[in-house]
Design a binder for this molecule. Structure first.
Ligand SMILES: Nc1ncnc2c1ncn2[C@@H]1O[C@H](COP(=O)(O)OP(=O)(O)OP(=O)(O)O)[C@@H](O)[C@H]1O
Length: 500
């Protein structure tokens, strides 16, 4: 008989409403010491709300939370941190202008143990031990802004586990990491588990979940539908069905004949100093494949008029100057940026308002916005992308991350005279169903003759969509690979090696 490890966290019958929206109805979660527990659910299922309750940022309306068997009701994040709960979010919470040591000491300040003085700092020797635990050897006085994303993520973990870390919460931790950084993160997580930490791991990527997690809980519409099942007990199709209540059809690109060029560079020199020479034809989907930091995203942004530089981008017979995003929109170039929080989304504006933002001229007459025309055009797009909840008048800030992404995709679909579509990490943080819907919408657009350029660090996404791949290394296009290139060939090209 095997003995189950102790229960580190038990959440029972949790409910939470935000006004008219029921974020959680009857959520259950059981984390065990030394185990990695994956939390799965479609966008808007309530995962982040459950995490906010665990870390003391939100109070549940009803239900119970117990930490190692003792009931708790945290009144603040500081209380949860003091109790050994460490959250690591997609959006890192480090202070980039401060040093490694200052950042490692931040929880001391949050927990209110010390004032804002040198005394509040973690002793240097101890700080080094914390870093060593996650495999980092950094100068403690170095500014965090000079660290790579992977180093920053590990630094956050070092800060959390330096204290007593009973529960580590990882919310899509690999979204911005390259393969080697993700491997290192997973090794650190495994190490922590061996020391008895319970880990809650939120991810939309099944291969990562299968690699790292021991157990899985699935949330659907705010309720637990699979409760702490051992990984491997359910296959992927069953988990997806539990998440969505339906199967997902994956769309794959069939390959299209290339016709006339639509989006073409003319004497372009990017702000990085690299020259750029590429062309996307009508109906073609071109993938910009690059490791994190390769410069693929900057190239895509340049083609959309969203990055500065010298030269012009031709859209058919007309052209716009680099960095002139307004002119690009006028010529029918739609754009989804990689960081929807920093650029793109207008959080206080309604879902409809966000989706129509690039197409206001289409709904206006004599300077007045025709609200009914706007609604009639936008609502079907939001329905097609399954915006959840289906409340087009709610402000964008109230939607979950994946649903905010759908608003940016709808904005592209709404653009009049759409000729080219430039997408950066289009399905980052998006669940499997929304991902399939976004892919279908992109393929449909290409079929109508739109030229599509997609930059993504997700190779599966590129191979599902693209007619050819431009491999980016060190800020410029290093190789042009045809649609039948294998994943191995593309990966080898990304790393700068010839395929075996
Ligand atoms: N502050 C808020 N105000 C209003 N509604 C909210 C708020 N926060 C969350 N919601 C709603 O609660 C529901 C659950 O959202 P939550 O962010 O927990 O989902 P999620 O599973 O984490 O989604 P994602 O995978 O997209 O991040 C959604 O319908 C969301 O729109």
């Amino acid at each position: 008989m095997t003995i189950e490890p102790a229960i580190a966290l038990a959440m029972r019958d949790i409910a939470k409403r935000y006004g008219a929206t029921c974020a959680l109805r009857s959520a259950e979660l059981t984390l065990r010491a030394g185990r990695v527990h994956a939390l799965l659910g479609e966008n808007g299922a309530g995962k982040s709300t459950l995490v906010k309750i665990i870390v003391g940022a939100v109070k549940p309306d009803s239900g119970s939370v117990a930490l190692s068997g003792k009931p708790v009701a945290f009144r603040s994040v500081a209380e949860a941190i003091a109790a050994g709960i460490v959250p690591i979010y997609q959006h890192l919470s480090l202070f980039p202008e401060l040093s490694v040591l200052d950042n490692l000491s931040a929880f001391q300040l949050v927990a209110g143990r010390a004032g804002l003085s040198r005394k509040a700092l973690v002793p240097r020797g101890e700080a080094k031990t914390w870093l060593a635990r996650v495999g980092l050897d950094l100068d403690l006085d170095r500014a965090v802004s000079s660290l790579s994303l992977g180093e920053r993520q590990l630094l956050e973990i070092a800060r959390g586990v330096g204290r007593n870390c009973r529960i580590l919460v990882l919310d899509e931790p690999t979204a911005a990491l390259n393969g080697a950084e993700a491997d290192r993160l997973f090794a650190v997580v495994r190490d922590l588990c061996a020391g008895g930490t319970a880990v809650l791991f939120i991810s939309h990527k099944f291969d990562e979940i299968e690699r790292l997690a021991d157990e899985v809980t699935v949330l659907r519409d705010g309720a637990t539908v699979i409760d702490a099942a051992t990984i491997g007990r359910h296959d992927r199709a069953t988990l997806v069905k539990a998440m969505l209540g339906m199967q997902v059809e994956h769309e794959h690109r069939s390959g299209s004949a290339r016709t006339e060029p639509v989006l073409t560079t003319a004497n372009v020199r990017m702000a990085t100093g690299h020259s750029l020479d590429l062309s996307v034809s009508a109906g073609e989907i071109v993938g910009l494949a690059g490791l994190v930091g390769s410069g693929a995203l900057a190239i895509a942004a340049t083609l959309a008029g969203a990055a500065p530089g010298q030269g012009e981008i031709a859209v058919g017979e007309q052209s716009f100057a680099l960095g002139d995003r307004r002119a690009a929109v006028r010529l029918g170039v739609a754009y989804v940026p990689a960081d929807r929080h920093a650029e793109g989304l207008f959080p206080p504006v309604s879902a409809i308002g966000n989706a129509s933002a690039s197409a206001l001229g289409r709904f206006s007459a004599r300077g007045l916005l025709g609200k009914a025309r706007e609604r009639n055009a936008i609502e079907p797009l939001l329905r097609r992308l399954h915006l959840h909840p289906a409340r087009p008048d709610a402000e964008a800030a109230s939607f979950s991350g994946g649903n905010q992404q759908k608003l940016l995709i709808a904005r592209c679909l709404a653009l009049p005279n759409l000729r080219a579509l430039v997408l950066l990490e289009p399905t980052r943080g998006v669940d499997v169903a929304a991902r399939a819907m976004i892919h279908r919408a992109v393929i449909d657009m290409a079929r109508t003759g739109v030229a599509v350029l997609v930059a993504s660090s997700d190779l599966d996404e590129l191979t599902a969509l693209c007619d050819r791949y431009l491999v980016v290394r060190d800020g410029s296009i290093a190789q042009d690979l045809p649609s039948d290139s294998s994943t191995e060939t593309i990966m080898a090209a990304l790393a700068g090696k010839a395929a075996a």
